[in-house]
Design a protein around this ligand. Sequence first.
Ligand code: MEV
Length: 335
Amino acid sequence: MVEVLVSAPGKVTLFGEHAIVYGEPAIVTAISRRLYVKAEPRSDKNLKISAMDLKIPGVILTFVSDTGELTLETDYGRVVSAVSYVKKAIELTANYVGEFRGVNIEVRSSMPVGAGLGTSAAVAVATVAAYAYALGYELSKKEIAKLGHKTELEVQGAASPMDTSIATYGGTIYIKPEKPEPIIEHLKLTEEYPLVIGYVERKNTTKELVAKVRKLKEKKPEIIMPIIRLIGVLTEDAKKALISGDVVELGELMNINHGLLDALGVSTKELNDLVYAARQAGALGSKLTGAGGGGCMIALAPGRVAEVSTAIDILGGQPMDAKMSAEGLTVEVKK
Ligand code: MEV
């Protein structure tokens, strides 16, 4: 019996979240916190999902027919939304490879789920790879990233390819959405950038926050579009600063990026408090990361990691250390 263990990294967006939804570039790095998906083929057409870290003890879905559609026999209420990424990833992958086999899926996570660290993208790409490899199909990273992005698009309604790309390729990437493929540049960093991540409870989903920015843009396009374009401009500067190792410039650009995200209405008082406390404790720069509405902020704090972590902790934020540029998707097949 084949058993496949896939892992995918979480991520933090260094620059450009939200603006990327409107075609601007972003810079994103994989972090050393990971999500794991184990898959084992079954002899029937059932899909059994257990994900204790996502508070899912065990859900069974069944392929109804060879159309590859999966149905839930019971109404699991809220659980359904957490399961939906696994379900959609398997439906899309089964249709892509043209084989509808039951599998047991187990999901584990070493990062908080729904915190803005890209867990839904990590679940999507890891499930695509786990299902395909368990059935004997060795998909390329490009195919996995594409199916993962399609999963996020279908579950969330809107998503840039940023999170699913970084969860697949790892490292630090500059990404600009273009049709038919996004432009992806892998950035070679000469420095180890000491990042502190601070987490506060999240009040809104990514989908809600993306919709909030869209609404504001439709209401005041002449104000909001320049803000979005400015985020794109500073992201181009940040790419140069990251490559040359100019930490002071990076810190300054992070602060500007945070101000612009706040202007788009996606920050919260709790996040702003953490962002300013980090700067007061000696960070060169700090900003919210991801969709906002609570969730995570990051601080660039060379020589000040302990002080910045304490400042975040005092305010009730959960400090997390994580290394940047972590490895992308890994697949281990045990026979
Ligand atoms: C979410 O991690 C980042 C956003 O830019 C949405 C997206 O890129 O799909 C807010």
